[in-house]
Ligand binder design. Structure first.
Ligand code: B12
Length: 210
């Protein structure tokens, strides 16, 4: 089975196609991580390019996102299954004003796969909601995602809110999302940054001292 086929399904927004292809690929024994990293993610990059070039509009991005999610829902349990005993609890969420969740969900999935307990707060999460979750969940790591240059500052706002609540020292913070860089992470006082879900796992392990 060719990975270009599932890429096409995602690019054209064919959720039935991407789902069936993924089912067949898994039945044939393809590694779920390969499906994600070499099939689904590169496809979303193409979708982003098309949007930038005004070849695609919002509805096109949405149907592509749906096709990606249909495939991901099949892969997710398999990746999560690979985990072992808990390495700690991670709270994840997309910052306020931002509705992108595909990357965050992938990071969650990979963290679960690596043996972390993940508490996913979803998208458009207000700084106060993160503060409450950190207070209540006894987590040792927080992962913040932002996909828009306009919502990136909410990462800093969220860290500021944790400082204000005097709980910043309780938790390690890693951040990510397409526009986020290591330099930005340093500038807002985060502890770590990762540019993809696989690296996020390495950074997470490092931050919790695993
Ligand atoms: C799908 C998509 C959408 C979907 C989102 C569906 C969903 N449920 O997520 C919809 C259609 C809703 C959407 C809406 C919009 N979008 Co949009 N979208 C995209 C697109 C095509 C793909 C994003 C994606 O899922 N990528 C695949 C994942 C796997 O990659 P990722 O998110 O980068 O995540 C990886 C890493 O960044 C990292 N990571 C991510 N999060 C975290 C967190 C932590 C803690 C760590 C460690 C790592 C990490 O690991 C991930 C896995 O490897 C991108 C283009 C692109 N290629 O980025 C545009 C893009 C992000 N969108 C864009 C825009 C402009 C918008 C809109 C403003 C459009 C509009 N005019 O309304 C709205 C904003 C809505 C809102 N308020 O959030 C622009 C942003 C430009 C900018 N610089 O700010 C982009 C870049 C497109 C473009 N080229 O112009 N979008």
């Amino acid at each position: 089975m060719e990975l270009t086929e599932v890429q096409e399904y995602v690019i054209e927004g064919n959720a039935k196609g991407s789902e069936q292809w993924t089912k067949d690929a898994l039945a044939e024994g393809m590694d779920p991580a390969v499906i994600v990293n070499e099939g689904l993610i590169p496809a979303m990059d193409v979708v982003g390019e098309k949007f930038k070039n005004e070849e695609y509009y919002m509805p096109d991005m949405l149907v592509s996102a749906r096709a990606m999610k249909a495939a991901m829902s099949l892969v997710k349990p398999l990746i999560a299954e690979a985990g072992g005993s808990s390495k700690g609890t991670v709270i994840v969420g997309t910052v306020q004003g931002d509705l992108h969740d595909i990357g965050k969900n992938l990071v969650s999935m990979m963290l679960e796969g690596a043996g972390f307990d993940v508490v996913d707060l979803g998208t458009d999460v207000a700084p106060e909601t993160f503060v409450t979750a950190v207070e209540e969940r006894g987590a040792n790591l927080l992962g913040l995602s932002a996909l828009l240059t306009t919502t990136m500052p909410m990462i800093g706002e969220t860290i500021g809110a944790l400082n204000e609540a005097e709980i910043r020292a309780r938790i390690k913070i890693m951040i990510g999302g397409a526009p986020v860089t290591a330099a930005y992470a340093t500038s807002v006082g985060a502890d770590g940054f990762a540019e993809d879900a696989a690296t996020a796992v390495e950074v997470a392990k490092e931050l919790v001292g695993d």
